[in-house]
Design a binder for this molecule. Sequence first.
Ligand SMILES: Cc1ncc(COP(=O)(O)O)c(C=O)c1O
Length: 366
Amino acid sequence: MSRPICATIDLQALQDNLDRARGAAPDRRVMAVIKANGYGHGLVTVARALAGADGFGLTCLEEALVLREAGIRQPLVLLEGFFEAAELDPVARHHVEVVVHHASQIDILERARLPAPIGVWLKVDTGMHRLGFAPSSVGPALERLRACSAVGSVRFLSHLAFADDRRDRRTESQCELFQHTLRGLPGERSLANSAGVLGWGASHLDWVRPGIMLYGVSPFVGSTGEQEGLRPVMTLGTRLVAVNRCRRGDAVGYGGTWVCPEDMAVGVATIGYGDGYPRHARSGTPVLVGGRRAALVGRVSMDMIAVDLRGHPDARVGDPVVLWGAGLPVEEVAESAGTIAYELLCGVAERVPRHVPAGEAVSAAV
Ligand SMILES: Cc1ncc(COP(=O)(O)O)c(C=O)c1O
C-alpha cells in the first residue's frame, strides 16, 4: 500500500481488555460482541485473539460463516436473529444460535424442517423498546418455541438502554423487570453490555456481552477507556504529506472556514472522510504530530486534513500523525466531531489497511 495510512491493532490490549471484563464480572460466561467487522478492527483477527471468550455476538449469518470458515469453534449468536427462512438451514448446519425477538420469527421456525435443532435466545423488551417481546408476551412465545421441533435450547436475553449513565436508575428497573419476568423459568440469562459489566453488577447474570470495552473504549458518558482500566486497541495513523508556510489571513481548505490568524505553518496529512475520519470533526479537534498534540483546522476533505503546526517548528513532511488510539483517546475525537467512539471505530473504511505488528498473537489482520 503506497499511501502511508494504517490502523494498527494491538492484540495484547484486546486480550487485556477481555481480562478486565472477566475481572469485573467474575465467574460469568463472556459473549464477546464482535459484530460490524469486530467494531472495525477485523472480524477474524479479533475472534482469534479473543480465543478465551466463551462465545461471540454477531449481527448476521454472513459474519458467522466467515468465522466458521476461519476455524472459530465457539458458540456464535446472531443478535438480531435471522431475517428469512432460507438462513435456517445454514444456521443449523454451522451450529449458530439465534435471537428470537418477534412472533414473525416463530412463525418461520414452526414451518422449518432442519437437519438439527437450533439454540434460541428469546429476547425480552425490558425498556429499550427496540427489539423483544413485551414481558406479558414472553410466556406464550416461550410455549410456542418449546413446541417447535426446529428449536433446541431456549435462553433469555435483554438489552440495557441507559447503562452508559451511572446515575440513571432506569437500569435497575430493567434488571428487576428481566428477573421478575423470568422468575421460575429454566434457562440461562444475559443482560449486561460493556456498561453493565463495568457499572451494574445486578445485570451480570449467566452471560455478559461486552463489546466496546474490549476495544479499549469507555462505555460511560464523560470517561475515557484509560480511566476505566482499558487499553486502546486501534491506533489510526498517517503522515504529513505537506508542510506549507501560510500568511496571516489565508483561508484553509474547502470553503475557507478557518483563517490563519498569523503567518504560520499548516501541515497536510493524508486521511479524510473517505477513510472514515469524521467529516464533522471541528477545527480544534486534537491529533498527534510526532507524538505531540496539534489541532485540526478547516474542513475535513475526502482524503486529507489540515493541521495547525504552530508549536511544531520542527515538523517535516513524513512525520507521523495519529488520529486516535495510543496517546489520544478516540472518545475525545468523537466528542469533538459530535459523535460516539463506536461510530468512529466501526466506520474506518475498508481502504485503510489493518496492521497487526509482528510478534503479536495473530499474524495477519483481516
Ligand atoms: C444485543 C447487544 N448486546 C451487547 C452489545 C454490546 O454493547 P457494547 O458495545 O455497548 O458493550 C450490543 C451492541 O450494540 C448489542 O446490540
